[in-house]
Design a protein around this ligand. Structure first.
Ligand SMILES: Nc1ncnc2c1ncn2[C@@H]1O[C@H](COP(=O)(O)OP(=O)(O)O)[C@@H](O)[C@H]1O
Ligand SMILES: [Mg+2]
Length: 392
């Protein structure tokens, strides 16, 4: 028991140090577009926010949450960070999978080396091996220069394989070889290289089911999931909604505004919303609220959820069928768009494709609901070759 405590304490102490050095890391949400650091970033100015941050970190690696389902899910993080084994993090979009992966990296011995993220869904199959392994000059027609693959870029660090369930069979086979032998060969090279990376994978598809129905290889699944974490959706951890909301509100309040609080109606609206986009959607709602709210109290309308309009008021209350239908449609649009943009990580072109909508129409709808696609990119990799972002 004592050993576990010590390990946990050391985990958070080391993580605090790592995060203090790395404003982009797991703990600090990104600064706002206006270039001002979020409140709380300059902790020395506001003593109570330091206490706040410390409390936040102690609950688990910058992962805010005390709900039993969540605490249970992240309980293994210290042990995982100490090991070199692969980790599979599953959970719906926006539940904090990447944040958990970064927390593992930042509190592991690999912290001084790169954390490289690859969105497996954003590459055509033909490019996957090139992405992972790189190529030699002249390996194929377009290969004018040598190019390092992600495994080499993440040397001594962590390679985060996001949306691993989207890997094709061929890509899975290629990955299996590295997972098994820790060796790989750049395309067009005769030299085998040692892979010194720790793999952390994430999936929002139920990978176990994909294994059962034969679309994901059992051997790859077992290799990837020596440790396994399942992050619960926000609707199953309602206790955490208000603490998270207040944390985001505090973080994103523009510097020229007073400290903001939630009105009881706003708190109610947050608690009853279903949060299909989970913590990312909540974060976006709070960013928006912090900007649109005109007093020091955030009202339900500032949240842009619009959900109680149709069901909270009695039908006799001056609402015609037409007016209610319009509200219901708007609510559906908002919920759909927020989920769509969340799932597509803010990529409007891909979102248009998936939803079967014309890209311009989709853009107009997003504008109407004041949904900014950029807010959903969440540090995710854009498609194409820029699909990586070495972090440290
Ligand atoms: N428990 C949490 N505490 C604080 N912020 C969180 C938490 N979970 C998620 N977030 C924030 O929500 C956003 C989405 O999280 P992310 O890790 O990208 O989700 P996923 O990879 O599961 O889609 C990020 O900005 C992240 O910092
Ligand atoms: Mg993600």
């Amino acid at each position: 028991m004592h050993g576990v405590r010590t390990m946990t304490d050391r985990f958070f102490a080391e993580l605090r140090d790592a995060l203090a050095d790395d404003p982009e890391g797991a703990q600090q949400p990104a600064a706002l577009d206006n270039g001002h650091p979020p409140h709380g970033a300059a902790t020395h100015e506001v003593p109570e926010s330091l206490a706040g941050r410390l409390r936040v970190m102690q609950t688990g690696a910058g992962l805010i949450g005390q709900a039993p389902t969540f605490v249970k899910a992240i309980a293994q993080l210290p042990a995982i960070a100490q090991s070199e084994a692969t980790v599979l993090i599953s959970g719906e979009t926006g539940t904090g999978k990447e944040l958990a992966a970064r927390a593992i990296h930042h509190s592991s011995a690999r912290a001084p080396f790169p954390f490289v993220a690859l969105n497996c869904g954003s590459f055509p199959e033909s490019l996957m091996e090139d992405e992972l392994f790189g190529h030699e000059r002249g390996a194929f027609t377009d290969a004018r220069d040598q190019r390092l693959g992600l495994i080499a870029q993440a040397e001594r660090g962590t390679l985060f394989l996001d949306e691993v369930g989207t890997l094709t069979e061929r890509a899975q086979v290629a990955l299996l070889r590295v997972l098994q032998d820790k060796r790989f060969r750049a395309l067009g090279s005769s030299r085998e290289q040692q892979a010194n990376v720790r793999f952390v994978a994430a999936t929002n598809a139920p990978l176990g089911e994909l294994v059962q129905n034969g679309s994901f290889r059992t051997d790859v699944y077992y290799r990837l999931s020596v440790f396994s974490i399942g992050l619960p959706p926000l609707r199953d951890r309602t206790d955490d909604i208000l603490p998270l909301a207040r944390h985001f509100l505090h973080t994103y309040t523009p510097p020229n505004k007073p400290a903001l609080e939630l009105s009881p109606a706003a708190a109610d609206a947050l608690l009853t919303w279903s949060w299909p986009g989970n913590v990312r959607e909540l974060e976006n709602a709070m960013i928006r609220a912090a900007h649109v709210c005109e007093t020091s109290v955030v009202e339900a309308e500032d949240l842009g959820l619009a959900q109680s309009a149709t069901n909270a008021k009695p039908l006799s209350n001056g609402h015609t069928f037409k007016a209610l239908k319009k509200l219901a449609i708007e609510r559906f649009e908002r919920e759909y768009l927020s989920r769509l943009m969340s799932e597509q990580h803010g990529n409007v072109t891909r979102a248009a494709l998936v939803s079967g909508k014309d890209r311009r129409d989709l853009g107009r709808l997003l504008k109407k609901h004041r949904i900014d696609p950029k807010r959903f990119s969440g540090g995710e990799s854009p498609p194409s070759r820029a699909g990586t972002h070495p972090v440290s």
